[in-house]
Design a protein around this ligand. Structure first.
Ligand code: HEC
Ligand code: HEC
Ligand code: HEC
Ligand code: HEC
Length: 155
């Protein structure tokens, strides 16, 4: 019995180490921009002041009453943080802190990184195709010619 418990916890330990090594985890969740503030004051303040993403909830809230539930869901896909994903936006009542398109729409779910500060646990290098196109029309993105756009709209 003792041996069984020991080998089970050993297997678990090996499993978690393996997860850490490949930088992936089953438990990466969305936590919201506010959770990034303490360690990235400059990025956070610039983002909240200048990026229209930080106010993208207001644009949806203004029209919410006139939209059907399925139209509302469509808006949430692009205008909120992590809609339909672990830890992500549920509704303006339940998860107001995820109501805007925050840091994690570009950098990915940040729960593990925010706990450890380990840069390997967050997406640092971004590409237009992978990280912007899900929400921004390709043509428009290409017209502005990639690079400046990659660094704007953020911080
Ligand atoms: C406990 C402190 C802490 C918190 C909270 C935190 N970070 Fe970090 N972050 C760090 C440290 C330390 C680094 C590595 C040094 C650096 O690049 O500033 C880093 C690096 C990064 C990088 C660069 C990664 C790379 O590959 O170079 C990104 C992007 C990032 N953080 C985003 C976020 C986001 C988004 C959040 C909120 C979800 C967040 N951080 C919360 C400490 C933190
Ligand atoms: C989850 C969806 C989503 C992703 C992913 C996303 N954006 Fe956005 N972005 C938005 C929304 C929504 C707005 C408009 C907010 C509003 O005005 O309500 C916006 C606005 C912008 C703007 C307008 C300027 C400003 O003030 O913010 C730029 C530039 C921009 N995004 C660049 C990017 C780039 C570059 C990437 C990829 C690195 C990216 N976005 C990824 C949803 C997204
Ligand atoms: C496919 C992603 C996507 C969906 C879905 C989406 N939006 Fe947006 N929205 C954006 C982006 C990106 C921008 C920024 C436009 C730009 O600068 O390119 C934006 C901008 C806006 C703006 C500001 C326009 C301006 O001129 O400042 C409003 C208002 C808005 N969206 C409302 C909504 C509403 C309401 C819904 C749901 C019915 C919705 N959006 C669905 C991506 C989306
Ligand atoms: C529109 C997409 C987008 C959003 C939203 C965004 N970032 Fe970034 N972030 C980027 C890009 C692009 C880079 C540069 C990556 C590179 O050099 O390849 C970057 C780099 C970083 C870095 C590393 C370089 C540096 O400036 O220290 C940190 C830390 C970071 N972001 C934190 C944040 C935090 C915190 C937020 C929210 C307050 C945020 N980001 C929101 C796109 C975004």
């Amino acid at each position: 019995m003792k041996y069984l418990i020991l080998s089970t916890s050993l297997a678990l330990a090996v499993f978690s180490v393996a997860n850490l090594v490949i930088g992936e985890s089953l438990s990466k969740e969305y936590v919201g921009s506010e959770a990034c503030k303490d360690c990235h004051v400059h990025n956070y303040e610039n983002f909240m002041r200048y990026a229209s993403k930080s106010r993208s909830d207001k644009n949806v809230l203004l029209m919410l009453d006139k939209l059907t539930p399925s139209e509302q869901k469509e808006c949430y896909e692009c205008h909120t943080t992590g809609y339909g994903k672990p830890g992500g936006f549920v509704s303006f009542e339940e998860t107001p802190e995820l109501g805007h398109a925050g840091c994690e729409v570009c950098h990915g779910p940040g729960s593990e990184h925010a706990l450890s500060g380990n840069p390997d646990l967050i997406i640092g290098r971004l590409t237009i195709e992978k990280h912007c196109s899900p929400c921004h029309e390709d043509e428009r993105v290409r017209n502005i010619n990639y690079k400046p756009l990659l660094h704007s709209g953020a911080h």
